[in-house]
Design a protein around this ligand. Structure first.
Ligand SMILES: *Cc1c(COP(=O)(O)O)cnc(C)c1O
Length: 370
């Protein structure tokens, strides 16, 4: 069996370092925020080339607070895509603002930048691109449109730790960048976690207050805040793992090169790395006109797959009151029908990639079984 994801394979070689980090936190008594979280914030911001990092308890919380720190609230509109994990849109709704969707580019799976300007109204406050699957959205046109119309850009980089747009790491390109450290992400905690990064010191201060009950100092609540604090253990664990992120990214990129080679003749559309992008392959999604059949075939060979995501956000029952209907975002709806995510993680072996690819070709006879 080849699993879709194998988190235990990543843990084994770093076990000693992780246990040391955990023991340090347990001995320190700093179980919420504390020195390790503060150190992780500056190390992660530094890794991206950004000034400030504010660690929180999930990627969803990061998005929620980034929107609040951008001054977004009731009556405002935020432009984003319906082809994303639901949290992108949920966070906009938490603030009372209205998500306004534009379709995706079918090659990159990210925001179709040619559709943004038509979606801008006097109520638009921000553009929220998603670096889906680890591929950066086309940021230059997005930033230019935002500048022209006086809008902020908030990046959803939850799937794109270390991805680059024209040589610059994503999350540091807009006014605010949001990451998730959900265990399955490219940089994952051993629990929930997230961070907002920014170069704006005032917004960083506001984020620090908002995550901690809105307090400027103990029991002085100058804002209506939340309990979105990161745990000390997660900060210490993420510091250990951040040091390996680039090596893991190289592993993912090598697996993508191998898939690209083995799947050349297969009847699927392979992912495209856009000319401006350094893709980090959080997800390796192929397209198939008969996705159900392909998934079933792979299952019979013991290959686990995933679908990211089968229902676009504008067609989810929970978001029906946004007023969108089927047919409005044809590229998103087609992608939702066709994409299939193949196993992708740094510890995957070349022979496993060859086996998965052979299964896609319905021809595994020449590859060793598992
Ligand atoms: C994972 C993810 C989130 C939410 O992160 P959580 O840590 O699960 O709250 C938001 N947006 C995208 C695109 C994601 O993949």
């Amino acid at each position: 069996m080849i699993p879709f994801l194998d988190l235990k394979a990543q843990y084994a070689p770093i076990k000693d370092d992780i246990q040391q980090a955990i023991n340090r936190v347990l001995e320190s008594g700093q179980y919420i925020l504390g020195d390790d979280v503060a150190a992780f914030e500056s190390e992660f911001a530094g890794y991206l080339g950004a000034e400030h990092g504010v660690a929180v308890n999930s990627g969803t919380s990061a998005l929620h607070l980034a929107l609040l720190a951008a001054g977004i609230g009731r009556g405002d509109e935020v432009i984003t895509v319906p082809f994303t994990f639901v949290a992108t849109v949920a966070a906009i709704c938490y603030t009372g603002a209205h998500p306004v969707f534009v379709d995706i580019d079918p090659r990159s799976f990210t925001m179709d930048v040619t559709q943004i300007e038509a979606a801008i109204t006097p109520r638009t406050k921000a553009i929220l691109p998603v670096h889906l699957y680890g591929q950066p959205a086309d940021m230059d046109p997005i930033l230019a449109i935002a500048r022209k119309h006086g809008l902020l850009v908030i990046e959803d980089a939850a799937q794109a730790h270390g991805a680059e747009y024209n040589g610059q790491r994503v999350g540091s390109l807009g006014t605010l960048g949001c990451f998730s450290f959900y265990p399955g992400k490219n940089l994952g905690a051993y629990g929930e976690g997230g961070i907002v990064v920014t170069n704006d010191a005032k917004r960083a201060d506001m984020l620090r207050m908002l995550r901690d009950g809105g307090q400027a100092r103990k029991y002085h609540h100058v804002l209506r805040g939340y309990n979105y604090r990161m745990e000390g253990l997660q900060g210490a664990i993420l510091r250990v793992k951040l040091r390996r992120l680039d090596a893991w990214t190289e592993g993912r990129r090598s697996r993508a090169v191998e898939y690209e080679r083995y799947l050349k003749e297969a009847d699927v559309v392979r992912p495209v790395e856009m000319p401006y992008a350094r893709h980090v392959y959080h997800i390796y999604a192929v397209r198939s006109a008969d996705r159900t059949e392909l998934q079933r075939t792979l299952q019979t060979y013991g290959v686990q797959t995933g679908i990211h995501y089968p229902i676009p956000v504008h067609l989810q029952d929970g978001y029906r009151d946004l007023g969108y209907v089927a047919g409005e975002f044809p590229q998103t709806e087609r992608a939702a029908r066709e994409v299939l995510s193949l196993p992708m993680y740094p510890e995957l072996s070349n022979i496993q990639v060859e086996f998965v690819s052979a299964a896609v070709h319905h021809n595994v006879h020449h590859v060793h079984a598992f």
